[in-house]
Write a new protein. Structure first.
Length: 384
């Protein structure tokens, strides 16, 4: 691919900068405007073995060398905060060199955390090379997104929030995949139940377009709570019902309606200052780049334990079920379980070494999607 022609000298510069970072102090590389504006640089280099780089029954394994460099800008002054980053990620496979990548990314965020109206505006763009479990192949895409979130108090106990979002996934190097545009709009009403917990209810409209002349409308109605759920347990839990109407204007002209319960929950249990456990659960409709609707249900539990000030152990387990919808899916159903273990060592504020491993098993009615995947990786990161 064209980016690899100039990737090597850039990567050499990254590695040189990274080695310099190891001896630096943990501080912003640049501070100005009385310390309100800061610039940080983060470098990383790693090696990983993946037993199944395409997430399919062929189980093609390979070793991956990866590097990255990110420049972060932060401003904390006045009513508005500004965060931005610009970076590049590189990967080289030992045997499957056609999957090598050089992926740039950029992101900007403006936040307002004080006053009656609070919220944030985000903009992002990135080139992404990744393994997609639901498609059972590696993909390359350019992803663009924008989001606006605002919250406004009506009276003492009531407040409202609104969300607008846009995402565009432009797939390249694969004519069998369709580009996806997603538009989101939603709102919530919050009621202060206690000083530590809010009750909320809301509605979300999501419109998904594909370049296969397909449009889907999702209507989701949810109720939930956010804040302190139980002693030492904090998070947000949403439950509700969702409808999806898919209009196909292509040759098959098959319009479909689907409905299901929906949830989005995340909670963290702070067992002690050193030990935390986080659980997440979700169920939602998604659209794949093959123009297939999927009812995706997932749950995971992750734990982190700091044995010392420098060493942290972490691990987790998850389970999920994917129900491929409509006649285009041929009745496909996938069920998976996954687990991960790892440890990180922080020599100081600007040097961290992480060793981790992952196991993933997928059962499917599609023979190609019945597989096991194992990965082990070593990553060295420095920030200053």
């Amino acid at each position: 691919m064209r980016p690899h022609a100039f990737a090597k000298p850039v990567k050499i510069a990254i590695l040189g900068a990274f080695l310099a970072l190891l001896g630096s102090q943990a501080r912003a590389i640049v501070k100005f405007n009385d310390g309100h504006d800061e610039i940080f640089i983060t470098g990383a280099a790693g090696i990983a073995y993946d037993s199944n780089i395409y997430a399919d029954a062929t189980a093609t394994g390979d070793t991956l060398f990866n590097e990255s460099l990110v420049i972060d800008y932060q401003r904390k002054a006045g009513l508005l905060g500004v965060n931005g980053n610009l970076g590049w990620s590189f990967g080289q496979f030992a045997h499957n060199s056609s999957e090598n990548y050089a992926d740039p990314h950029a992101r900007a965020e403006i936040t307002k955390g004080t006053g009656r109206t609070t919220g944030s505006l985000t903009l992002g763009a990135q080139r992404q090379s990744r393994t997609e479990y639901a498609l059972n192949l590696r993909t390359v895409s350019y992803n663009y997104d924008a989001g606006l979130n605002v919250k406004y108090p009506i009276i003492e106990r009531y407040s409202v929030s609104g969300q607008l979002g846009y995402n565009y996934q432009d797939y390249v190097n694969n004519p069998n995949l369709f580009d996806i545009r997603t538009y989101t709009a939603g709102g919530d009403l919050y009621y202060v139940y206690t000083s530590q917990r809010d009750i909320l209810g809301g509605y979300r409209l999501r419109v998904t377009d594909t370049t296969n002349s397909t449009r889907s409308y999702d209507h989701a109605f949810t109720l939930g709570t956010t804040g302190k759920l139980l002693p030492k347990l904090n998070g947000t839990v949403r439950l509700g019902y969702q409808f999806r109407q898919t209009d196909r204007n292509n040759v098959d002209r098959q319009d479909k309606t689907f409905s299901a319960f929906t949830t989005n929950a995340s909670a963290t249990w702070t067992v002690s200052k050193r030990f935390t456990v986080t659980g997440i659960a979700s169920r939602d409709f998604t659209t794949l780049a093959t123009d297939t609707n999927v009812d995706n249900t997932a749950a995971a539990l992750n734990a982190s334990f700091a044995t010392t000030a420098r060493i942290t152990l972490f691990g987790g387990a998850g389970i999920g079920h994917l129900r491929y919808l409509g006649t285009l899916s041929n009745g496909r159903r996938d069920t998976y379980v996954t687990g991960n273990l790892g440890t990180s060592y922080a020599l100081n504020d600007h040097l961290k070494i992480t060793l981790s491993g992952l196991w993933y098993k997928n059962w499917s009615k599609l023979d190609q999607a019945d597989y096991v995947r194992r990965t082990i990786s070593l990553l060295v990161t420095s920030r200053w």
